[in-house]
Design a protein around this ligand. Sequence first.
Ligand code: MN
Ligand code: MN
Length: 291
Amino acid sequence: MDFLYTYDAVKLEVPLVDPEDARFVILGVPFDGTTSYRPGARFGPLLIRQATFNLESYVLDYDVDIAEAPIADIGDVSIVAGDSRETSKRIKETLCELLSVNPEAMPILLGGEHSQTLGAVEALKPKSYVVFDAHLDLRDSYEGNPYSHACVARRIAELGVREAMFGIRSGTKEEVEFARRNGIEWVHSRNYTLDTFIKVVRNLPEPVYLSVDIDVFDVSLVPTTGTPEAGGLRFWDVVEAIEWLVRNKRIIGFDIMEVAGGDVGTPTSVVAAKLLFYYIGMQWGKKSGGR
Ligand code: MN
Ligand code: MN
């Protein structure tokens, strides 16, 4: 099927099916129009897909071969240069088109700026938003733009979606107060444990949208991202949390955002691609009766 706002890109290096028949549908988001520090997230989708060329499709941990999972890659969304809101509307429309022909599809965004998660949440209408991020992203406006990457969680909160955030280590006093006033729970990366994660997410309403801003990981793992931060989470912290979530909550959409850089095999893209394969492995393993 053809989508109004997508075009072909380098594809994920696994066997692919048509979006009508897919359980997992990849959409690249090559947008970095509101990036305030390190540019290059427009190359995130390309870099993540290129990094999958180096990965085995068999995920050891789950005894699952994701080459057997029905995955589609519908290319990249056609962005409106510099216009975060218009680009996220195109994402919303693309996902609405997809869900109209395949309501069982689980969209997976590869980005690209975190601002664009808004479009996916608008299309999928989850009850909860679980996010791994170094930043609260709860500003009302940033550099004059309410659709900046620094405002995405605020815009999503305004839709009435419950929010829980993990790995946080950067925000303003105003953002912290907004979170307190609005019942948004967040866990500092210093205090992060799997038990804390479970305690916070256990009572969240379903379905859940899951977002990973790659800067949640320590800067040593992800040196090329829009706003790198020291003191972040380990790879297994995030994998183990998502394992719990996949087993215990209905997730309807997933993204890995803020991957940037210019070279093939850059650490940030390797971390993102591996996390992508783990996520598909967990979900597909669950469906086929594995762990
Ligand atoms: Mn961030
Ligand atoms: Mn973010």
